[in-house]
Design a protein around this ligand. Structure first.
Ligand code: NAD
Length: 322
């Protein structure tokens, strides 16, 4: 896609019915592209695609990328977002997660190889595991427990990176890897088990906000439209990555809880539960490469992003009450 910025293209988004995928499809359509969304709806929802067919430039195929893909018209670019991303989701489906990250990623790489399409692969900060260096730059190789319960996700993403690198080396396939850090925003499932929806739903329903461990563990939260903007920039350039995409503003989890309480005006208390297995203690991306290679950094302030996310979940509760 290098040198084709701004020109309408046909883009295949695997996992496009998910949280990030829904926002990415919306952005690509708004930019004038045609989008083919392939999703098995295991953790995604058709409502994330509301209004897209009406553009006349959007197709949806319900399919599992593990089973292979027959695509009528070759895409110009492929974005691989397909994978459960929330710990409860991938812990519920460990083998499917491994198959999606390995066999599924190979399917998309073969398609990219056969069509000459650029493939942007969504990897994750989880490849750094429980990091021994802080903050995390792309040169760090990670500290992952390969046999712990979370390994099905972390290692499938590490495999995906290795596969992209090998296809680029052996076949010259045009691959770009992005390592996405915690992303939040409207469109997340209220029950997906991730930090932000959990806390917002607890605050809105007046339940205690649950914190695993001491709450001193840190997270860096990036608003979804910023993450999507990085993906779009990665599609348009030929950079191989890996490129960290995340917000370098680091917050202890207990601070996220108090911020959610403040912004929702909730009287909920904070409850401390046992720490989760292999839960990383610190997370903070170095984003110098994203700034240099993509001209990207997160634009959305945490309070502004949380307000939009809270409004979304408050709206969802209203719909459910009706
Ligand atoms: P999500 O669970 O909302 O979306 C994933 C989508 O992939 C879902 O629509 C699901 O149905 C689909 N899918 C899963 N397995 C599939 C398969 N075998 N075939 C076809 N479709 C399949 O998760 P998300 O938060 O939107 O994450 C999207 C991608 O970004 C994932 O690859 C995830 O690992 C990565 N990522 C996300 C974050 C984050 O904070 N959201 C952080 C790091 C990396």
């Amino acid at each position: 896609m290098a040198g084709t910025e701004g020109r309408p293209r046909r883009i295949l988004v695997a996992g496009g019915a998910g949280f990030v995928g829904g926002h990415l499809c919306a952005r690509l359509l708004a930019d004038g592209h045609s989008v083919l969304c392939v999703d098995n709806l295991s953790t995604g929802r058709l409502r994330n695609l509301d209004g897209f067919v009406e553009t006349g430039r959007f197709d949806f195929v319900e399919a599992d990328i593990v089973d292979g893909l027959a695509i009528a018209e070759p895409p110009d670019a492929i974005v691989n977002l397909a994978s459960p991303a929330s710990p409860p989701d991938y812990l519920r489906a460990p083998i499917a997660t491994l198959r999606t990250g390995s066999v599924g990623t190979l399917t998309l790489l073969e398609l990219a190889r056969a069509t000459g399409a650029r493939l942007v692969h969504a990897s994750t900060s989880e490849v750094y595991g429980d990091p021994l260096t802080h903050p995390q730059a792309e040169e760090y190789w990670g500290n992952v427990n390969p046999i712990g319960p979370r390994a099905v996700y972390d290692e499938s993403k590490r495999f995906g990176e290795a596969a992209c690198a090998a296809f680029a080396r052996e076949y010259g396939t045009n691959c770009g890897i992005v390592r996405i850090f915690n992303t939040y925003g409207p469109g997340m499932r209220s029950d997906d088990g991730r930090l932000v929806p959990n806390m917002i739903m607890q605050a809105l329903t007046g339940e205690p906000l649950t914190i695993h461990g001491s709450g001193e563990q840190t997270r860096s939260l990036c608003y979804v439209e910023d993450t999507v903007d990085a993906l779009v920039r990665m599609i348009e350039r030929d950079h191989r990555g890996p490129v960290n995409v995340g917000n370098p503003v680091e917050l202890p989890v207990h601070r996220v809880a108090t911020l959610v309480k403040e912004l929702t005006g909730s009287a909920s208390s904070l409850t401390f539960l046992p720490a989760l297995a292999d839960d990383p203690r610190r997370r903070k991306p170095v984003i110098d490469l994203a700034e240099r290679a993509l001209g990207w950094w997160p634009r959305t302030d945490l309070r502004a992003g949380l307000r939009k996310t809270i409004a979304f979940f408050a709206g969802e509760r209203e719909v459910l009450r009706r």
